[in-house]
Design a binder for this molecule. Sequence first.
Ligand code: FES
Ligand SMILES: [Fe+2]
Length: 309
Amino acid sequence: MPFLGGDREPGVPAFPEGWFYLAMASDLQPGGVLARRVCGRDVVAFRTEAGSVGVLDAHCPHLGAHLGHGGRVVGEALRCPFHALHWDATGKCVGADDGPAPGIYASARTWPLREIHGALLVHYSATHAPPAWGIPDPGMDGWSPVASATLRFPGHVLEVAENGVDRRHFLAVHGYTDVTPFEVDVDGPVMRSRFGFNKDGIAQRFDTLVYGLGYAITDLRIEQLGIHARIILLSNQVDAETVDFTVCTTVEGGLAWMDRFLAAIVDDVKKDLPIWAHKRRLSKPALVPGDGPIGKYRLFARQFYPPET
Ligand code: FES
Ligand SMILES: [Fe+2]
């Protein structure tokens, strides 16, 4: 198991467990096949002709072809390009081009899948344990269609998630002023944090629910502009060194300049990238007053470390 660089805090895993971003549902139309890497594992996602989505370990249980490279949907199954066995969304071999399933007992490992506001999330567990917690659907009635953009950069989901409670960086990196103290509550796999700040002279307030290390939804209020928005941040640890970070935005009642709103949020996130790409994770940071609840976050984050092997 690869570990994080820096001073290599013992036990910090390359791949924490929980729900992580796979793709937007719109990336996968009926008949579509996607090859992805999630938490260092190769997966294949496909949408059947009837519209359901399957996510399997990418390599065919038969002789190891990658189902995401040349695999195609046949009815409700995914056809392997190598010997034309058909695998359904439950991982079972349900047939072959030349007839019924030829008595193969192996099945493809399936990934627990959740579709929420147009995003597909999968659950990673090093031991293949079923998900012990979920992410509620916040409901999108009255909200504009979710707009999204994905950034890929060198880094780690632990660092990305830590950013949300790193009070001083909001001043230094993002140029926020008057950042209030953070109110942070942890309830099992959910962390809620709230704070207010000024950006470009406009008062704003973040109220964020963080579910694990791969999903955060921020309720953003900008009273002066009459904006009530949601910023949804979705992470995936692609491999030990690479993060995909998907920024989603939606505004209650819509906004004439939705594209610019998403672009502004993405621009703000991009300010973090040079820091994330080059920083070290210090197991014993020299915290100072006003840093924010970083210790509390790290305690929260530990619950997602895989069991010792
Ligand atoms: S490797 Fe997939 S059918 Fe043989
Ligand atoms: Fe940041």
